[in-house]
Design a protein around this ligand. Structure first.
Ligand SMILES: *Cc1c(COP(=O)(O)O)cnc(C)c1O
Length: 462
């Protein structure tokens, strides 16, 4: 019986001539079709040998071609893929932080497809620096004397502190010895820079005198860390940045600020408080301030350092810089994104992160209503609108919440876990939140053209 079934399996060549499978060769590379076909036939062979209940398919039926096509598609699916972020968390590190501006992607495409003047000075015909493409922009936007970029803010912190305080003392408040996501623990980072960390003050209160009393001949840097992902409330005290700068400069040492997120636009107008802009920090006179490219800036993964000309020049000479240099694609996206900031209105309308932060609740609500109408047709789920909260996230403005309007989805047929799993397994995957045993969708973080995928994904529940 087995032998007969095995013998009945047609050879690959014959199957490739079958109409539906031949059609696949028009749609995909022939090699992809052959490979998928072989693996399907291998599967059939194995089933015949091991599974007595197996029903051998009709190889010349279109259904078999469909199975082969599915196999091709699975083989083609990339591991890194589009996900619809319906969590309402704008800078979601696990979901890739900031989506980028389309305008900036055009620049990346151009830089990626051809050659570029990455390190070539077109005017002189001589070697140039990759930093020349963004330094003037950063100076203009932030008001700083000089700027340099590396591949992320963690690297920016590392190279700055290594340059300024290797083998020397660095002062930091006990209230700022933070751990941010991904195991970036400040004391370990400082140790890795080669600086000798001296903690001052206490967890909740650190005064300017604590720094003053700790300064010795060996002190080179006062470091301030932005407490990106938590807040100490109650009896707290920490010196103003300006005071720290004055103290540092009166003692001939450097004031360095690890800002983390680094907004270039005042976000208080959108109800985001407690985040000072990079421009304000620069204005206070810091020697160097570091911030991320893919947090509030809304650009690519990058670490930006702006500050005093002498300090930036020293950082540029540090051999470590070469090991953390920014790649041309990120540089292209960063330059184009920064270009939008020359005209803040343009930045607000073109940069997705800023659009999401500045969208009114009523606007999210309007979009949610439109989607709700579509979802209401689906009998297996119950949907309604509710007031909710969006978060900036990504270790930025930790306590900052934005009022929003969410779609709440419940079902008597499917568990909330089943809904979440089905949406994750859909392509593109849709990620929402689970709250009070309901599945919740916040459209604030869903780009308008992506809403249709939510309808489709929920439709796949049945
Ligand atoms: C996020 C953050 C960093 C790290 O930035 P990456 O760009 O993710 O490397 C460093 N310091 C602070 C205060 C941060 O918030």
């Amino acid at each position: 019986m087995n032998k007969q079934q095995l013998r009945a399996i047609p050879n690959t060549q014959r199957l490739l001539e079958q109409e539906a499978i031949a059609a696949l060769s028009q749609k995909y590379f022939r090699d992809e079709v052959v490979s998928a076909l072989r693996s399907q036939l291998e599967f059939v062979r194995e089933q015949i040998l091991t599974n007595p209940d197996y029903v051998v398919p009709d190889f010349f039926d279109d259904c078999f071609a469909d199975v082969v096509e599915k196999e091709i598609k699975n083989g083609k699916e990339r591991s890194l893929k589009l996900v619809i972020n319906a969590t309402g968390i704008i800078l979601h590190t696990n979901l890739g932080r900031a989506p980028m501006a389309e305008y900036a992607i055009d620049a990346a495409r151009e830089a990626a497809l051809g050659y570029s003047n990455l390190e070539f000075n077109l005017a002189s015909g001589k070697r140039g620096s990759r930093y020349m493409h963004i330094e003037d922009l950063l100076k203009k936007i932030t008001g700083a004397e000089a700027a340099v970029v590396v591949n992320n803010c963690a690297a920016a912190v590392l190279v700055s502190l290594n340059t300024l305080s290797i083998g020397k003392e660095l002062l930091v408040s006990r209230g700022e010895l933070i751990e941010i996501g991904g195991g970036f623990r400040m004391p370990d980072v400082i140790a890795a820079t080669g600086a000798i960390m001296k903690e001052v003050g206490t967890t909740n209160k650190t005064r300017i005198s604590d720094f003053e009393n700790a300064i010795t001949e060996d002190t080179r840097v006062i470091l301030r860390n932005h407490c990106s992902n938590f807040k100490v409330v109650g009896f707290t005290e920490s010196p103003a940045l300006k005071e720290l700068v004055e103290l540092a400069h009166s003692k001939g040492i450097y004031m360095v600020d690890d800002l983390g997120s680094g907004s270039l636009i005042d976000l208080t107008q959108f109800g985001v408080s407690g985040e000072r802009t990079v421009q304000q920090i620069v204005c206070d006179g810091v020697d160097a301030v570091m911030f991320s490219g893919d947090k509030l800036l809304g650009g690519p993964q990058a670490g930006i350092i702006v500050g005093k000309a002498g300090v930036i020049a020293a950082i540029k000479k540090n051999p470590l810089l070469r090991a953390m240099r920014i790649d041309k694609i990120s540089l292209a996206v960063l330059e184009a994104t920064l270009g939008l900031y020359l005209f803040p209105k343009l930045a607000l309308s073109r940069i997705p992160v800023l659009r999401m932060i500045s969208e009114d609740k009523s606007s999210v609500q309007k979009r949610a209503k439109t989607l709700l109408k579509k979802l209401a047709k689906q009998e297996s789920i119950k949907v309604c609108l509710e007031d909710g909260t969006s978060f900036i996230g990504g270790g930025s403005a930790p306590m900052n919440e934005l009022e929003t309007c969410v779609i709440k989805i419940e079902s008597e047929v499917f568990s909330v876990e089943k809904i979440a799993r089905t949406l994750r397994n859909h392509r593109p995957a849709v990620i929402g939140r689970i709250s009070d045993n309901a599945f919740v969708i916040d459209l604030r973080t869903v780009l308008p053209e992506q809403t249709k995928f939510i309808t489709k994904a929920l439709g796949s529940l049945g």
